[in-house]
Design a binder for this molecule. Structure first.
Ligand SMILES: Cc1ncc(COP(=O)(O)O)c(C=O)c1O
Length: 389
């Protein structure tokens, strides 16, 4: 007899993107040529002035522990950045630096929910939400994102399911995987619904700097929501820093002690030199960010129009992030089957919408965070392969 694992680990499974990446890598090792449209990370390098600040920080000896909530100058710079982006007033006392957006989400969930609590979350949605809800023994209440509302919440389901038992609502706008943004009227209705209740909101706004429409509204920027809301975010996407691992939480000061203790025991602190790199990012020029978003906009136009020209595909134009979420229901096959077929027969790695929850069935997720050359080749391979179905 061998010792068994804790029961809670039963719910853990691979994330679609990593699973497809490893399958694609095996095929590549066997000599197959694969175009990668599955990966959710900017293909741009980290801007030089940011990378250099990180290197300089190491050379200067910023290689030791720092406070669990992060170094004060960075907490101040993040507070200033959040205040100006969201047009609100946040102080460094509200900010915790974390070693990734994912850790920010985990920490917030650990602080807020208990076994049996009902948690609403977007479906299709970032897989980490659902996994952590299960892991913490809470009750999933998926809220469908619907195509006809440009992938905002299905508010009829929200109204039906929202009750005294709802302990937490997770929002993510712009969204992974749809690229959609939540409608302002929906966000306002949610803010109104949670007033004077025991319900928290976590708003994941990690893609807030990658938007293509003035219609984007930040939930965190709505009046009167801050006292029951935790903003989780990070720098992976904005500054092309996925491998640096740094994010943050902005939360009411009354819960910051507990966030501090959770981070103390979970991670100790976020890497010190990485925080100095982010200081350079926040205080430095934003030209590279602007150019990256401009290039994403150009690619989005190409991908959306090419997909819409293919018989059987309907691809809404997303207002943010770097994903499209085409509807492939007319092929009458499971999305996972189509994704696998495109990988094995077509040589294109992309994700099945169902990797993001049951309401993602009938869709594919394509990341356009790759070169135009790759996109052109990838789209052509999709066109040829789907034409054979
Ligand atoms: C919606 C969303 N939130 C959070 C993250 C986590 O990002 P990171 O842990 O790299 O900061 C991601 C990454 O893909 C994401 O798509």
């Amino acid at each position: 007899m061998r010792p068994s694992l804790a029961k809670r680990t039963d719910v853990l499974a691979a994330e679609g993107a990593y699973a497809v990446l490893s399958k694609a890598t095996i095929l590549e090792k066997k000599g197959k040529d694969i175009i990668h449209l599955e990966i959710g990370q900017p293909d741009f390098p980290t801007p030089k002035h940011i990378a250099n600040a990180g290197v300089e920080a190491i050379k200067k000896g910023y290689t030791k522990y720092n406070p669990p909530l992060g170094i004060l100058p960075l907490r101040q710079a993040i507070a200033k950045d959040v205040s100006s982006k969201k047009d609100i007033n946040i102080s460094s006392d509200n900010i915790a630096v974390t070693p990734s957006g994912k850790t920010a989400i985990f920490t917030a969930l650990l602080a807020l929910i208990e076994p049996g609590d009902e948690v609403m979350y977007p479906n299709p949605g970032f897989p980490t939400y659902q996994t952590l809800i299960d892991f913490l023994g809470a009750k999933r209440v998926p809220i469908p994102l619907i195509e006809k509302n440009n992938f905002s919440f299905d508010m009829n389901v929200f109204r039906k399911k929202f009750s005294k038992k709802t302990r937490l609502i997770i929002l993510n706008s712009p969204s992974n995987p749809t690229g959609g943004i939540m409608r302002k009227q929906d966000l306002m209705e949610i803010a109104h619904a949670v007033k004077n209740t025991q319900c928290w909101v976590i708003t994941d706004e990690i893609y807030d700097q990658i938007t293509y429409s003035d219609a984007y509204t930040s939930y965190y920027g709505l009046p009167g929501v801050k006292d029951r809301t935790i903003l989780v975010s990070g720098f992976s996407k904005t500054y092309a820093m996925t491998g640096w691992r740094i994010g943050y939480i902005s939360a009411p000061t009354r819960i910051m002690d507990k966030i501090d203790y959770l981070l103390t025991h979970m991670v100790g602190c976020t890497a010190t030199f990485t925080q100095h790199a982010i200081l350079a990012a926040l205080n430095g020029p934003k030209d590279e960010l602007r150019n990256m978003v401009k290039e994403f906009k150009h690619r989005r136009k190409f991908v959306v129009s090419s997909l819409n020209q293919m018989p059987g595909i309907v691809c809404p134009e997303p207002a943010g992030a770097f994903y499209v979420f085409p509807n492939v229901k007319s092929f009458n096959k499971k999305s996972s089957w189509i994704a696998n077929y495109l990988l094995e027969k077509g040589g294109v790695a992309l994700l099945s919408g169902s990797d993001f929850g049951k309401f993602g069935e009938g869709y594919l997720r394509i990341s356009y965070a790759t070169s135009m050359k790759n996109l052109q080749e990838g789209i052509e391979r999709i066109r040829i392969s789907l034409a054979k179905l």
